[in-house]
Design a binder for this molecule. Structure first.
Ligand code: AMP
Length: 215
């Protein structure tokens, strides 16, 4: 499967990509994760993108397009991928389309995860990520959960710098202005699939599998 996951921050792209990866073995590519690793390791790329990410702004297109194109060349695109957080602007979508055309590897679908804005803010401020395995948790939906350690691997959980309410509001604004136009773009290409992601992660995953004809 070659899929793009679309949706506002907090819609569940990372969580669903993790589930899809586990079940179907396609490679989960999160541009946000790649950028955060570069920030943490203080690489040249990390230093170039730090200010944008802290404010919840998008990193410039040319940086992200180069980063993803490099990744595509280093990996087997044909085998399948789940793009999480990319493309996020029309120029990114066009550049990605060209790369896929050149590799004769068309997209199977663009899955749009839809959810109301209040739920997004609530989800993001309670989201915790594991420093070791990268798994995403939510403080309010987990039972018998201390909020500090990952129930799966025991790693330390942290709140992302950009998951504070002010930055979240900016990220949502950026999403509406720059990323939402991709919905019409993929619709025009006949690959858009819309999924209500306001329920539990299992409910959303079931809907995705139904849409993909994989139940
Ligand atoms: P995410 O983990 O997908 O929410 O991304 C976190 C942050 O990384 C975003 O707020 C942007 O600053 C940056 N970022 C991730 N993916 C992209 C992209 N495709 N284009 C531009 N900036 C991105």
């Amino acid at each position: 499967m070659r899929l793009v996951l679309l949706g506002a921050p907090g819609a569940g792209k990372g969580t669903q990509a993790g589930l899809l990866e586990q079940k179907y073995g396609c490679v989960h590519v999160s541009t946000g994760d790649i950028l955060r690793r570069n920030l943490r390791d203080k690489t040249d790329l990390g230093l170039r993108v730090e200010a944008f990410m802290k404010k919840g702004e998008l990193v410039p297109d040319e940086i992200v397009i180069d980063m993803v194109s490099n990744w595509i060349h280093e990996n087997d695109v044909i085998r399948g991928f789940l793009m999480d957080g990319f493309p996020r602007t029309l120029p990114q979508a066009e550049a990605f389309d060209n790369v896929l055309k050149a590799a004769d590897a068309p997209l199977d679908g663009a899955l749009l995860l839809e959810i109301g804005e209040d739920v997004l803010v609530w989800r993001l401020t309670h989201r915790r990520t594991c420093r070791s395995c990268g798994k995403i948790w939510n403080l309010l939906t987990m039972k018998n959960f201390d909020g500090q350690t990952c129930p799966d691997c025991g790693g330390e959980l942290y709140l992302r710098d950009d998951d504070t309410e002010n930055v979240i509001r900016n990220r949502l604004k950026v999403y509406h202005e720059q990323t939402a136009p991709l919905v019409a773009w993929y619709k025009n290409r006949g690959v858009l699939r819309e999924i209500d992601s306001s329920g539990t992660m299992e409910e959303t995953f079931n809907k995705i599998q139904a849409v993909l004809g994989k139940t």
